[in-house]
Design a protein around this ligand. Structure first.
Ligand SMILES: Cc1cc2nc3c(=O)[nH]c(=O)nc-3n(C[C@H](O)[C@H](O)[C@H](O)COP(=O)(O)O)c2cc1C
Length: 193
């Protein structure tokens, strides 16, 4: 199963683009699952170190449903709106809280490929920086960051939403970057079979 994680609190551009990515992966024959922060209750990591005992997180909230998905996934597609030139606070919180997962099993992400999608209201509002944050998370977790490659998708899929769902749907360059990135992910997964 390929897991799509949305870091947007709204059912707008980011969720839409991520769902399209998952549809494409389904068409390529992969089972997918979607999980998003929208409507979820996820508290900040408080660095209480409870998780270092290896018994999960001290905070009991909606993060627990994501943990199983993260563990079972064979690949990841993290998508975020660009907030202040980087990923959303919600997605960052999810990353921080996943420390509890690492504390009980540090192999859960290891060697699995991951791609990133960033959706900004501005044409160059920090999409690449947001993607880099996601790729850093993969790297630090032992996962394998995969990009779409030169000529359009250098780090991953960058979208220009002009702050609306309608406009992101018109972003041909964004969808071509997504296409390239998905193709590279599929190629990687086929090679690893
Ligand atoms: C708190 C906040 C900060 C934002 N900062 C940026 C930014 O730095 N760069 C940018 O291009 N867009 C920025 N935006 C605009 C969003 O990235 C854009 O509207 C995006 O489409 C939102 O994703 P969504 O449609 O999935 O909610 C910001 C929006 C919010 C709410």
């Amino acid at each position: 199963m390929i897991l799509g994680v949305s870091g947007s609190p709204r059912n707008q551009a980011t969720e839409n683009v991520l769902r399209k990515a998952l549809d494409q992966l389904e068409l390529a024959g992969y089972e997918t699952a979607f999980w998003g922060v929208r409507g979820k209750k996820i508290g900040f990591c408080t660095h209480c170190d409870y998780c270092l005992k290896g018994e999960g997180c001290a905070i009991n909230d909606d993060m627990s449903e994501l943990v199983t998905l993260l563990e079972n996934a064979q690949a990841y597609v993290f998508a975020t709106p660009v907030y202040n030139g980087g990923i959303s606070g919600q997605l960052k919180t999810v990353m921080d809280r996943s420390r509890a997962l690492f504390a009980s099993n540090n192999k859960w992400l290891r060697y699995k490929p991951g791609i990133a999608i960033a959706v900004g209201g501005d044409r160059a509002g920090g999409q690449e920086h947001a993607i880099q944050q996601i790729l850093n998370y993969y790297t630090m977790s032992g996962a394998v960051p995969v990009s779409g490659g030169f000529f359009g998708a250098n780090l991953g899929a960058t979208f220009w939403s002009k702050d609306t769902l309608e406009r992101v749907k018109e972003d041909g360059d964004g969808f071509s970057a997504l296409d390239k990135t998905l193709k590279k992910l599929i190629k990687y997964m086929e090679r690893e079979k």
